[in-house]
Design a protein around this ligand. Structure first.
Ligand code: 7RM
Length: 631
């Protein structure tokens, strides 16, 4: 299936067709996949309710497209190439034939536990092959996977399990991440004290550490999966049946379960992968994301496998045992496409070039970045030090909600400009609007980034709460999907993403709602109220700055901070730890009680001289205290 566009001229022609005749365009793309029965209508949509359906009434199973089809044509080719956390441990190669068999075994094991189509299965796992196998096993039998990143706390895990009323958790005894070892099973055990819906826990042995055991509930993966049959008929799925739920943070309280469906997601994940990375037969492709995030779903598992690619999965971290680990792996496996986040690039850049130069990076053909805006310095370093000045960079803008890459270069076929994501993929119709919701049609402008027309992998709903989906994404501007990002469009129509314009902060490419972190901090003893803002951070992109009011000013500042950090770690996980905490006696509020975050942001950014108008504050004197006590 060659879906690839091969030149910028071809892109322009395809783009035009995709806008003029979207249904024709997408049905031609969808024809490259295997369907059990065809669609009638291509698209039915309105952004009011919203109600979006693609490839109506078509039947398929995404795993037949990821696996069965390739077993026939490239069964012995490596599908998943797994690289251990430990450089001296053997890597694991699963051919398409082997992966197919493993997925069927895991699917049969789930069935033996009573799992059926539509059930929700929570995956809380390390970056080991069994995670990808479990994802595909769920898809094989029509169970809806909900992967929870293994850096979230027991509380965050419990919240996600309960929101989706999952019946099964798949986990491991523990995980390795660089020099750290984390006891996953004990986190699951703690979470499950709050979860009534879970009937079974399937545990893959990974670290070999001692774990607690609940007889009747817990089962070892190695006791039940290997003995299963290596064939399992693929469940017949409707195009619009849910494929997975993935939780993501927004500007209000608790994270939302973004729902993606089988047909549209498959079509777009496969199409965007082929075009952005320009993957060629025999290439080794590596995305360094964790499968706990959307990037791992779409561009470690589904996109590459749909294209019959060899996709690498890495268990470890970029800086362990040293900051050359990524480049050592690129050399070792002769990686052709490499996809990572700006935060990793900045972290490695700060370690100096001596850890890069020893390695042969000449296999690289495409470099990708995702998750947050990339600054000029990091872009230049990536281009020169890693790409030797010649390898194209694709800066891929997209979201959990979009399911796939929306604005990006197509390998080397698009004009490149540092810090610009570039042009929309065919079928994607971005626009910029002003705060009143009027579309800004000229170039050389900034605005709020919206989408005018649906694409196949747009989110369908937020699990269990459709109204929340409508309000969050479709109610701001008439008949448009609102991304939450601000963007600039230059004279040539290329897009540069500026960043979030809502109360979402992006820390090392991880999304958090400020309210979500505030709620966690407020769980801490003695805390009366808090307000969280982002501030520019050299490595993480944004850092977390928390203003906290306690019942009485703390005597021991360090102890009080530790206590707050511990609470956030307990409520959300170590990834959401505030970088800076400032104790205050009041917050800058308007007469109507709204916190003036603009002021808090300016102080956190170190620009207290640019606070602007503070005359509408209830008590302007709190500002002096906040400015004076900035940390
Ligand atoms: C894929 C992913 C989405 C948010 C999004 C943006 C930011 C993502 C880029 C980017 C600038 C990019 N999904 N973002 N990619 N900003 N340039 N190339 O990250 O749901 O976790 O986050 O991330 O603000 O709205 S996500």
């Amino acid at each position: 299936m060659d879906l690839r566009i091969k030149s910028f001229e071809e892109y322009q022609a395809k783009y035009k067709q995709s806008v003029d005749q979207p249904e024709q365009f997408w049905s031609e793309v969808a024809d490259h996949y295997q369907w059990q029965s065809p669609w009638g209508q291509v698209l039915d949509w309105n952004f009011k309710e919203p109600n979006v359906k693609w490839f109506l009434n078509a039947k398929l199973n995404i795993t037949e497209n990821c696996l069965d089809r390739h077993v026939e044509t490239r069964g012995d080719q490596t599908a998943i190439l797994w690289e251990s956390n430990f450089p001296d441990r053997d890597n694991i190669r699963l051919s398409y034939t082997q992966l197919h068999a493993e997925v069927c075994r895991a699917a049969n094991a789930l069935k033996s536990m009573g799992v059926k189509k539509g059930d929700r299965i929570c995956l809380y796992m390390p970056m080991i092959p069994e995670l990808a196998i479990s994802v595909l096993a769920c898809a094989r039998i029509g169970a809806i996977h909900s992967v929870v990143f293994a850096g979230f706390s027991a509380q965050a895990l419990a919240d996600r399990i309960n929101d989706a009323t999952c019946n099964v958790v798949i986990t491991s005894d523990g995980l390795y991440r660089g020099a750290k070892q984390v006891g996953l099973k004990s986190i699951v055990d703690e979470a499950l004290q709050q979860c009534d819906s879970i009937e079974h826990v399937l545990v893959k042995k990974c670290t070999g550490e001692d774990i607690g055991w609940s007889e009747g509930r817990d089962q070892w993966w190695d006791d039940i999966v290997p003995q299963q049959s290596a064939t399992c008929a693929a469940e017949v799925m409707d195009s619009e049946d849910p494929l997975f739920i993935l939780y993501t943070s927004g500007s209000t309280g608790k994270p939302k379960g973004v729902v993606h469906t089988c047909g549209g997601y498959m079509v777009y994940a496969g199409y965007s992968f082929a075009n952005v990375f320009q993957y060629e037969e025999g290439d080794i492709y590596w995305c360094t994301a964790d499968i706990g995030w959307i990037t791992g779903h779409s561009y470690i598992i589904y996109g590459p496998l749909l294209n019959g690619a060899t996709t690498m999965m890495f268990e470890g971290v970029p800086t362990w045992p040293d900051a050359g680990r990524f480049w050592q792996i690129v050399e070792k496996h002769k990686v052709n496409q490499f996809y990572t986040a700006p935060t990793a690039i900045r972290a490695l850049m700060s370690c100096g070039n001596d850890v890069v130069t020893p390695y042969d990076l000449s296999s690289l053909k495409v470099l990708g970045t995702v998750g947050e805006p990339i600054n000029q310095e990091a872009w230049d370093w990536y281009k020169q030090m890693i790409g030797k000045g010649t390898v194209p960079i694709v800066d891929t803008w997209w979201q959990t909600e979009t399911g796939g890459i929306m604005i990006s270069g197509l390998g080397g076929h698009s004009p490149q400009q540092a810090t610009f994501a570039g042009y929309p993929l065919p079928g994607i119709q971005p626009c910029l609007v002003d705060t009143e919701g009027n579309e800004i049609t000229e170039n050389g402008v900034e605005g709020l980034l919206c989408m005018k027309f649906p694409w196949p992998s747009i989110l369908r709903t937020t699990y269990g709460d459709h109204e929340r989906c409508r309000i969050t994404y479709f109610s701001h501007y008439n008949d448009m999907y609102f991304t939450g990002d601000g963007a600039r469009r230059d004279e040539n129509g290329m897009y540069r993403i500026i960043g979030r314009v809502d109360d979402v902060i992006n820390v090392s490419g991880h999304r958090f709602g400020t309210a979500e972190i505030e709620n966690a901090i407020n769980e801490s003893e003695y805390v009366v109220e808090s307000a969280v803002v982002g501030y520019p951070h050299d490595i993480k992109g944004q850092g977390i700055y928390a203003y906290v009011i306690q019942e009485k000013a703390p005597d021991d500042l360090e102890a009080a901070k530790k206590e707050i950090i511990a609470t956030v770690v307990k409520e959300i996980g170590p990834i959401a730890k505030p970088d800076k905490i400032q104790f205050v006696s009041g917050l800058p509020k308007t007469r109507s009680g709204k916190i003036m975050r603009r002021i808090l942001r300016k102080v956190a950014e170190g620009e207290p001289d640019k606070l602007g108008d503070t005359s509408t504050l209830l008590d302007p004197s709190v500002v002096d205290e906040i400015v004076g006590g900035a940390v």
